[in-house]
Write a protein that binds this ligand. Structure first.
Ligand SMILES: [Zn+2]
Length: 375
């Protein structure tokens, strides 16, 4: 039954034209693609048609052409092309989907072909089954990422949202923004020993599951969040939210894209948006605001495979226009000041308590005290 499709293999050049430029805006493909035809095996012979029903169908080897890679759930994945369809290795898709706890059964029954001893499936079909969305990253490559849907949030809970920045003892900037490693550990230990449960914003939809919820947020995406904070989060199994600046990944003192991916895949860190350039949102016109939010989301969706749903206003600056535009892209947006967040409050002005380097444990306890259901 695959015989007619097999003929496709012969028409290699025609396929190359139809497949390598699916988006006009995409840049030239990487150089390695030019070598692809050299690596192609010779078209295989057609197997003899077997009319006996009991005999297993002979395995047909397809020939695919290397196409432009795609960010598939945060991993740069090779794509192949045939019959004007883009094919990805099934193993690559399952590997990329692991952090999302995707059920492999979701891909059961998707059309599969063999190429160089691997199974390939049409990427668009697989993406649809996995509930993924397409977009274009600032690097020009397309990405497939998951959008988080947040259910209705019950009112009447106090959830302290704590604001951190850098974590560590190597201070290279404004020292108040650096919580010491020992201080961070003391605080995480305090949370654990006193029954506080660090949650993500998405957990607010089932806030009744938590007696003493708290949200730990870290602004700017500093590299010590990976080297110092992450091991502590693992040790105490504490969830955190880190706000990454879209165009700053890999720059000095900031996490690389690979580090951001690893945190997002860890199950402990939710990577969210701190805009694309960390500019002053209160001074931007609507189109600039949209650009900041869209580019930031695309950069993070490509890096992590998850489309951000929380915005952290850089330096806490925002206007009514900022909030209006933010509503098109995010479920929550965060200030840099204020007191405890109560569910039911304006979700585009979520207040936070600043945990500075000088904070004492009694101050910290004071921030946490309101946590829980409002009686
Ligand atoms: Zn910031």
């Amino acid at each position: 039954m695959r015989v007619s499709r097999l003929l496709v293999c012969i028409c290699l050049l025609a396929l190359l034209c139809s497949c390598t430029a699916p988006e006009a805006a995409l840049p030239d493909p990487p150089a390695k693609q030019e070598q692809a035809p050299e690596t192609l095996p010779a078209p295989v012979k057609l197997p003899e048609e077997d009319l006996t029903a009991e005999e297993p169908e002979p395995e047909i080897e397809y020939v695919l052409l290397l196409s432009e890679p795609v960010w598939l759930l945060g991993r740069l994945t090779e794509l192949y092309c045939a019959d004007e369809i883009e094919w990805a290795a099934l193993a690559d898709i399952l590997e990329a989907a692991k952090p999302l706890n995707t059920d492999a059964q979701m891909l059961a029954g998707v059309e599969t072909i063999r190429f160089q001893a691997q199974d390939y499936v049409p990427l668009a079909d697989a993406a649809q089954r996995l509930g993924l969305e397409w977009g274009e990253a600032p690097d020009g490559l397309r990405y497939l990422a998951k959008r988080q849907t947040i259910g209705q949030i019950p009112e009447g809970w106090n959830v302290p949202v704590l604001m951190y920045h850098a974590v560590g003892d190597e201070i290279w900037g404004y020292s108040d923004l650096f919580v010491s490693e020992a201080g961070m550990e003391e605080q995480l230990q305090y949370l654990q020993e006193n029954g506080y449960e660090p949650i993500w914003f998405s957990d607010l939809a089932h806030i009744e599951d938590y007696e003493k919820p708290v949200i730990l947020t870290f602004d700017d995406g500093y590299d010590d969040n990976y080297t110092v904070l992450y091991p502590l989060l693992e040790k105490y199994q504490a969830k955190a939210t880190i706000f990454v600046i879209g165009n700053a990944m890999g720059s000095i003192h900031k996490m690389t894209q690979a580090q951001v991916y690893e945190l997002a895949a860890s199950g402990l860190v939710s990577i969210q948006s701190h805009t694309y350039t960390h500019g002053n949102l209160s001074a931007m016109d609507e189109s600039t605001l949209r650009q900041e939010m869209e580019r930031s989301n695309a950069a993070l969706a490509a890096a992590t495979g998850q489309i951000p749903y929380v915005l952290c206003y850089p330096e806490g600056k925002y206007s009514h226009l900022t909030m209006d535009v933010a509503k098109d892209y995010y479920t929550f947006a965060l200030r840099m000041d204020g007191w405890t967040y109560q569910t039911g409050m304006d979700p585009y002005q979520v207040p936070r308590s600043f945990v500075s380097r000088r904070i004492t444990l009694p101050d910290y306890q004071w921030f946490l005290t309101p946590s829980g259901k409002i009686s």
